[in-house]
Design a protein around this ligand. Structure first.
Ligand code: BV8
Length: 229
C-alpha cells in the first residue's frame, strides 16, 4: 500500500480568509512573534497572548474549509494509499472538511491546556488569564498551541510516517520553521518522491522533485484529480 505524507502550512488556509505569517501583511508583520508565540511572552503578558489567540480562534471558527481542504479529503477517501496529513496550522479546517488521519504538530485553537497540571479540554471561544483549570483549579490556562522553543507534538509518529513515505507533499508552507521544515529532507533520505505545491516556490533547490505553483484552492484539487486518474 502506497504511503503519502502531506505537510500543510498557513497557505492552505489562506483562501479560507485566515492570515498567513510571512506574506506581506502576514501575522508576523502585525504582531511580535516573541510577545505572542513564545512561553516567555505568555509569562510576560498572558492577556495579550489570549487576545491574540482569541482573535484567531474566532476567525477560524467563522471560516470554512476551501477546495484544497476538500481535495485532501477526496485523496484520503479515494486513493489506493495510506494518506496522513501533518499540519502546522492551528485552525481546524482539515478536520471540518473531513480529514481523519491528521496530526496537529503545532497544536490547535480548539484545545485548552493547563500549564500547571497538563489537563486538556475543549477551548471556549474566548480564553482569559482568569480562567481556572477545570481539573486543578489553577489560573494557568493557555491555548493548546506549540510556541517557539517548545517541542512540537507527536514528532515520533511524524518521523515514523515520513521514514515510510513513498510520496511527501508540502502544501502552503514557507519552510522557515523547524522541525517541520526539515521533514522534506527526512523524506528524501527515506527515498520518497517529494512535491511542493505553493503560491510561490520556496526556492529550496534540490529538495523537491516537482514544484506546482499556484493558489492551493486550484493547485491541490488539480493535483489530486491527476493523482487519482
Ligand atoms: C523547537 C504555533 C526545540 C503558533 C508555530 C531559538 C530557540 C528555540 C527554537 C529555535 C530558536 N531558533 C530557531 C529555533 C527553532 C524554531 C524555528 O524554526 N524558528 C524559525 C522562525 C527560525 N522552532 C521552534 O521553536 C520549534 N520548537 O525547535 O523546539 C526543542 C527541542 C527539544 C525540547 C524542547 C524544544 C517550534 C516551532 C513551532 C512554533 N509555533 N505555530 C501559532 O500558530 O500561533 S510556527 C508558525 O510558523 C505557524 O504556526 C506556522 O504553522 C509555522 C510555519 O509557517 P507557515 O505555515 O509556513 O506560514 P508562512 O506564512 O511562513 O508561509 C505561508 C506559505 O504559504 C508561503 O510560502 C506562501 O507563499 C504560501 N501561500 C500563501 N497563500 C497561498 C500560499 N500557498 C498556496 N495557496 C495560497 N493561497
Amino acid at each position: 500500500m502506497k504511503r503519502i505524507v502531506i505537510l500543510t502550512g498557513a497557505g492552505v488556509s489562506a483562501e479560507s480568509g485566515l492570515g498567513t505569517f510571512r506574506d506581506k501583511d502576514g501575522l508576523w508583520t502585525k504582531y511580535d512573534l516573541a510577545e505572542v508565540a513564545t512561553p516567555e511572552g505568555f509569562a510576560q503578558n498572558p492577556g495579550l497572548v489570549h487576545d491574540f489567540y482569541n482573535a484567531r480562534r474566532a476567525n477560524a471558527l467563522d471560516a470554512g474549509p476551501n477546495a484544497a481542504h476538500h481535495a485532501l479529503v477526496r485523496l484520503e477517501r479515494e486513493a489506493q494509499a495510506e494518506v496522513l496529513v501533518v499540519t502546522q496550522n492551528v485552525d481546524d479546517l482539515h478536520e471540518r472538511a473531513g480529514t481523519t488521519r491528521l496530526i496537529h504538530m503545532h497544536g490547535c485553537l480548539t484545545g485548552a491546556l493547563c500549564a500547571s497540571c497538563g489537563h486538556r479540554w475543549p477551548a471556549p471561544r474566548a480564553m482569559s488569564p482568569t480562567d481556572l483549570c477545570p481539573s486543578c483549579g489553577a489560573a494557568t490556562t493557555r491555548p493548546d498551541i506549540v510556541w517557539f522553543g517548545e517541542m512540537p507534538y507527536q514528532m515520533d509518529a511524524i518521523y515514523e510516517a515520513v521514514a515510510g513515505a513513498d510520496l511527501f507533499v508540502s502544501i502552503g508552507t514557507s519552510g522557515e520553521v523547524y522541525p517541520a521544515a526539515g521533514l522534506v529532507e527526512e523524506a528524501r533520505m527515506a527515498g520518497a518522491e517529494t512535491l511542493e505545491i505553493n503560491l510561490e516556490p520556496t526556492n529550496r533547490p534540490g529538495l523537491f522533485d516537482e514544484v506546482i505553483q499556484g493558489p492551493a484552492s486550484e493547485a491541490v484539487p488539480g493535483w489530486v484529480s491527476a493523482y487519482l486518474t
